[in-house]
Write a protein that binds this ligand. Structure first.
Ligand code: OOB
Length: 552
């Protein structure tokens, strides 16, 4: 029925696609259509607020069409991959929609990513163009892209928002608006990033059909409407603030997205007061910072109706404080860029709202909870969460070998999370089996960092594990054995990693040298034993001389 899927993407088997269409999940509308409709139905309404700048629906639609025309003029074609790395600024949504309309696929890099990650995405996805800011904070994004381009000449076109230097200026690409309705909704729409647990980051291909379904239903479940004013404070490219229900959900409902450049309580409270924000999406670490901030007393936060929290484990006492302190509803969100998203609902009693991570969006989200041998556990027991459904991918982009492990033969995605399901269908996240550190919602694949450490000539072996942290939930600790004692210091290793050009949040918070790493009976590094070292009182017995906290 449809053209062959983009090379390297795994489509749903025909029988599933047919079922998802029949049941009205996939409606054949692409991710541009909602903006076009908004511009027709309520052109004057404000869609985006970014500092003192505002875009109405009509202006957002017009800018997106103009930028799409400019991108086409410089050679960007349907199915081309275009890396997008921007801070939380209005142009982000212009660029996103321009690419959706063109049928080119944004690759959603995070602002924290550096040469190593960006270079990898560009190479792996044959990225042909990118849209970046001139600077972000003190960091010159153009200089980084020059380095990436030296290694990947296939990255032909660079568009810069701000001072473009030798590259295309964003404003010079705002041509006469491109007309048209955009691509077939069965097409793959973009590549999202996976938190990852392996050596190289994985890219997640999502279709217009599947993603729009999750956006529409999320907007409905969360009760969004034209009155919604949503604070986007997490990086706009992340799946949570993009689609759960995120900015796309808000545009779908005709509401307004307020962009926050900084997550600190004071600036966010000021925005909430000024723009009468009704909904904000936070990771637990940010919620904790807001709760602990004294600035609260100085602002009127009475417009807030709901604070969503997701992305990492939310401690019960923090959950309880949110409605008490902010006088609004708490909604827990347990989601993943690969698909499945769970919400606690308005009608859930306090017990469920505070004590669970919600239940899936769709009746057709299939949940399977299994033991280590893939055998389904008894109801209510803890096990590995596997899932399959109308918006959960069937494979990572260009990753055949990994896909064979990350998915079951019948197409269930192995989330790596350990959960328990209540009779009501609500899930409680009990932990995770994947080899990852969840640092305040930012995911770090242990294997990736271990690989970088092993490249240091003095390092014999390395293991990265999570250590508990009061604010971030988890921080990372690298346990390292050296070829010869005292050949490197923790600081040197951190510096070595920084020089690899990786995102700052991935630099281990602490490095500890051991004479040897503990092993399991089969000879694998025993990470459980390493993590157990952080359980009190063991933490007090660290020999101070051999450890160091390294701040990125
Ligand atoms: C969200 O997406 P990702 O792709 O950055 O990370 C997904 C992983 C999950 O597999 C789980 O390990 C963890 O993040 N996680 C949670 C959680 N929400 C996500 N762990 C415990 N409690 C929660 N509430 O993080 C994401 C995507 C869409 C919506 C919300 C979060």
């Amino acid at each position: 029925m449809n053209a062959a899927p983009l090379d390297g993407c795994v489509a749903w088997p025909d029988e599933f696609a047919a079922r998802y269409r029949e049941r009205g999940y996939w409606i054949g509308e692409n991710l541009y259509a909602g903006l076009a409709r908004g511009a027709r139905e309520h052109p004057e309404r404000t869609a985006v607020i970014c500092g003192e700048r505002r875009w109405s629906y009509a202006q957002l639609d017009r800018d997106a069409r103009r930028f799409a025309a400019g991108l086409r003029r410089i050679g960007v074609a349907p199915r081309d991959r275009v890396l997008l790395q921007l801070p939380n600024i209005g142009e982000y949504y212009v660029a996103c929609h321009a690419l959706f309309l063109l049928g080119a696929l944004p690759v959603f890099a995070l602002p924290a990513h550096r040469r190593a990650e960006i270079g990898y995405f560009v190479g792996h996805a044959d990225v042909r163009a990118c849209v970046i800011a001139d600077r972000d904070g003190g960091f010159d994004c153009r200089a980084m892209i020059r380095e990436v381009r030296a290694e990947h000449p296939g990255l032909r076109e660079v568009v810069v928002i701000g001072e473009a230097e030798e590259f295309h200026a964003f404003h010079a690409l705002l041509d006469e608006p491109l007309q048209g309705d955009g691509p077939d909704a069965a097409e793959f729409a973009f590549l999202q990033l996976s938190g990852g647990s392996t050596g190289v980051p994985k890219l997640i291909p999502r279709t217009h059909d599947d993603y729009l379904y999750s956006v529409r239903e999320s907007a409905r479940i969360c009760g969004l409407d034209g009155e919604t004013v949503y604070l986007c404070v997490l990086p706009a490219a992340h799946n949570f603030p993009m689609s759960s229900p995120g900015a796309l959900g808000v545009f779908h409902a005709g509401g307004c997205v307020v962009l926050a450049r900084q997550g600190d309580a004071e600036s966010c409270f000021a925005l909430i007061q000024r723009e009468r924000v009704t909904l904000a999406a936070l990771v637990p670490a940010l919620a904790l910072a807001w709760l602990e901030s004294r600035a609260r007393a100085r602002y009127d936060l009475g417009s807030l109706r709901c604070i969503q929290i997701g992305g990492a484990h939310l401690a019960g006492d923090v959950a309880r404080r949110v409605p008490a302190v902010f006088g609004c509803r708490l909604q827990q969100v347990f989601g993943m860029a690969e698909g499945l998203v769970n919400y606690t609902r308005d009608e859930d009693g306090e017990e469920f709202a505070l004590g669970t991570q919600g239940r899936p969006i769709s009746d057709d989200d299939e949940i399977r909870i299994v033991d280590d041998d893939d055998v389904v556990v008894a109801p209510g027991e803890i096990g590995h969460l596997l899932t399959r459904g109308p918006y959960t991918i069937r494979g990572y982009y260009r990753a055949d070998a990994h896909n064979a492990r990350a998915f079951t033969a019948d197409g269930f995605y192995r989330t790596g999370d350990r959960v328990r399901r209540l009779a009501s269908g609500h899930l409680i996240v009990e932990g995770r089996a994947k080899d990852q550190v969840n640092r305040g919602g930012e995911k770090i694949a242990a294997e990736e960092i271990e690989g970088y450490l092993l490249a240091h000539p003095a390092v014999f072996d390395a293991a990265l594990v999570a250590m508990p942290d009061r604010f971030l939930g988890e921080k990372s600790c690298a346990f390292v054995t050296l070829r010869e004692p005292a050949q490197a210091t923790p600081r040197e290793l951190a510096q070595f990693l920084r020089e690899r050009g990786i995102a700052a949040y991935k630099i281990p918070d602490r490095v500890e040298f051991l004479a040897e790493l503990p092993r399991t009976a089969v000879g694998k590094i025993d990470k459980k034993a390493l993590r157990a070292r952080f359980a009190p009182p063991a933490v007090a017995s660290f020999p101070e001389s051999a450890t160091a906290e390294v701040s990125p």
